[in-house]
Design a protein around this ligand. Sequence first.
Ligand SMILES: CC(C)(COP(=O)(O)OP(=O)(O)OC[C@H]1O[C@@H](n2cnc3c(N)ncnc32)[C@H](O)[C@@H]1OP(=O)(O)O)[C@@H](O)C(=O)NCCC(=O)NCCS
Length: 390
Amino acid sequence: MPLKNTNIVSAAQTKFGKLEGVTLREMFAEAVDKATTQAGVPKEDIQAAFIGTFIPEMLVHQGHTAPLLLDYAGMRGLPATRHEAACASGATALRAAIMAIESGLYDTVLVAGAEKMTSVSTNRATEALAAAADDEFESGIGLTFPGVFAIAAVAHMQEYGTTEEDMALVAVKAHKNASTNPLAQFQKEITLEKALTPRYIAWPLKLFDCSPISDGAAALVLTSNEKAKQYTDTPVRIIGTGQASASMNLCDRTVLTSFEASVKASRIAYDMAGLGPKDMDFAVVHDCFTIAEIIATEDLGLFEPGEGARAVREGVTALDGDMPVNPMGGLKAVGHPVGATGVKQAVVVYRELIGEAGPNQVPRHDTAIMHNFGGTGATCVVNIMRRADA
Ligand SMILES: CC(C)(COP(=O)(O)OP(=O)(O)OC[C@H]1O[C@@H](n2cnc3c(N)ncnc32)[C@H](O)[C@@H]1OP(=O)(O)O)[C@@H](O)C(=O)NCCC(=O)NCCS
C-alpha cells in the first residue's frame, strides 16, 4: 500500500563546497531558516526534528549534534534526534520523519542534515570517513573509500566490460549539470579528456571519478495531507520508502558488481508505491564515485545489470535523456557533505518535481526515485516521490 499522508512542503540547501569560516551550526541554521521562515513555514509549527550528521566528532570535535544544532537554529526545546548511518545518515533521518508522520504522532516535522568536512586535511577526512567501513577487516588495515569503490569498479570492468572512459562520462555529465547549479561545489564543465587525466586516487578511479570533500547543510519540512495546503499548492508526496542493510565488509559479499541493500530497499519502495522502474521520470542516486552511479542505476532496475555504462554512453541519463540521473550534478560535482547528502537529494527531487529546477529542469517530472547509501552500501534508503497533483 502506498504511503498516504507524508508530504514535503518546503526544501532548501546551503551552497556546498569549501565554506571557509562558516561553522557546522551556521550552515545548519541557514538551511533550516530557508526551509522554514523564508519558505512561509513558521518555526513554531514544527513539532519535532530528525537530524543527519555522520562524523562531527572526528571533523569538528562535536557530538550530540541534534539539540545543539536545533537550538542554534532557534528551535530549542523540541524533540530532536540525530541519525547516523554513514553517508546515508540524511536519508535515515528522513525515513524516521516519514514514519513519525504516517503514525500520526506529529503533523509537521523538520528533517535536516549537515557536515563540516573541510576544516581538516584530506588525510584526516579520509581516515574519519573510513569509520563507515569494518574496522577489523577493512579500514583498520588500510582500506579507504576510494579503495572500496575501486574494487567495485574493477569487478564491473571485468564482468561487464565497463571502461575508465564510461566512468569519466559520468563525471562529464555531473559537471555539465552542476555548471548551471549555483549551489554546487564545482560549477564548471569538464571535457572527457580532462576527466581521463591520470591522477589516480585508487586505480582505476581518478580525481574526477571521486566526489569531493565538502561542507554543507540541507533541510526539509514534512507535513500531513491536512496541513500541507497551508504551506504550498504543490506538495510532493512520499509514496514509497524502503531501507535495507548488508554485510559491512566486502569479503562477506558474493557479488561486487551490485549492492544488495540497494536492490532490496528499492524493491520494498517500489512495492509500497505500487510502481516499478519504468514509472520513474528521473532518478537521484548516490554517486559518491562515478562507478557508484552506474551500479545504482542497475540496482534500482532502471537498466539491466551491465547496461548502466551503455546508458551513460548513449546519453540516456543526461538532463534531456529518457532517464535523467542526478540532474543537478550529483554528489560528484555538487559535493558530498556526508550527513547532509540524503536530505539534499530529497531537496533536488522536490525542486524537480514541482518544476522549479530552472536550467536543470527535467522534461518529465511527475514521479521520481531517490537512492542514498552509506559505507560500502551496508545501509541503503530508497524513497519514491510524486507530485501530489500528478
Ligand atoms: C579525491 C580526493 C582525494 C582529492 O583530494 P586532494 O588530493 O586533497 O585534493 P585537493 O583538495 O588538494 O584539491 C586539489 C584540486 O583538485 C580539485 N578537486 C578536489 N577533489 C576533487 C574532486 N573530487 N573532483 C574534482 N576536483 C576535485 C580541487 O578543487 C583543487 O582544484 P584547484 O587546484 O583548481 O583549486 C578527495 O576529494 C577525496 O578523498 N574524495 C573522496 C571523498 C570520499 O571518500 N567520500 C566518501 C564517499 S563514500
